[in-house]
Design a protein around this ligand. Sequence first.
Ligand code: DAH
Length: 339
Amino acid sequence: MIDKIKDYIGEADAFTTENKEELEAFRIKFLSKKGILNEFFAEFKSVPNDQKKEFGQVINALKTAAEDKVKGIVELLESREESKGVFGDLTRSAEPVIIGSRHPISIVKNQIIDIFANIGFNVSEGPEIEDDWHNFTALNLPEYHPARDMQDTFFIQTNPDVLLRTHTSSVQVRYMENNKPPIRTISPGRVFRNEAISSRSHCIFHQVEGLYIDKDVSFADLKQTLLYFTKEMFGKSKIRLRPSYFPFTEPSAEIDIYWGLKTETDYRITKGTGWLEIGGCGMVDPNVLKNCDINPDEYNGFAFGVGVERIAMLLYQIGDIRMFYENDVRFLEQFKASI
Ligand code: DAH
């Protein structure tokens, strides 16, 4: 029997593998519960007394040989895996890193923020889920005011007091409630309207609201601010302020920019006129100031709201507003250079 054990020691010493399954088979054969070693240990009782000592020594030698072998090979295999993790396969060909790009809406939004930051406007934000007060009532649109129909509203559940904001003008109210004049702030954000989706309009879009409140602010200040903005944004500043009506401003105007008709997309976006409406503006109605605890006899100001998609469509010659929301990487990848 001792010779048999010695043969096994020879087998264990000679064993080598780079394969985990083979190593496991070796471990089971020698070291598991039903393995060779346990069998020999079980036979220890029946070994004649004068051979017990030698038997004990060889069987322990076999145990050490098998255990050392398993340990050695496990360490070797693990160290190989580790070095793979750290260095990878150094012979593989170089793989170019894929760099993402900003969404065109974010690019334009950031540009607008920068342009207004240069003339002292900070950035403010408000919630997308609004209440009636901030979206309508405080903006001089009391209940049953017909102008509420100008913006088809998504209400949340059956509570008419909770809605998805239809414009970022709601942030004006929040800002004035929490800050004292002088105020110079712009509020970029997402807005929602229950409108049919087409190439020119969508039920989700983005606006940037502007608000300037101080003493003795004039309509000329508003016009100059918009001229500065369009010059910076588009490199040209031919604009037209078309008399209009918004409950929260008096007087009110629609802002049109003259873009021209150089391309087919220009034609499509401007409906063949060369002019595109990019938003609304006006002098803040005294009622709105009152609603926000600002004394209209002491302070006045102007406000404006522009559509981010409209601007992005002009700048990047995008003929269909739906492109912004489809997340087609072939579209989005084109803005890599614009970051
Ligand atoms: N809130 C208006 C809209 O969504 C846009 C607007 C018009 C904002 C005039 C203003 C403003 O601040 O003074 O159609």
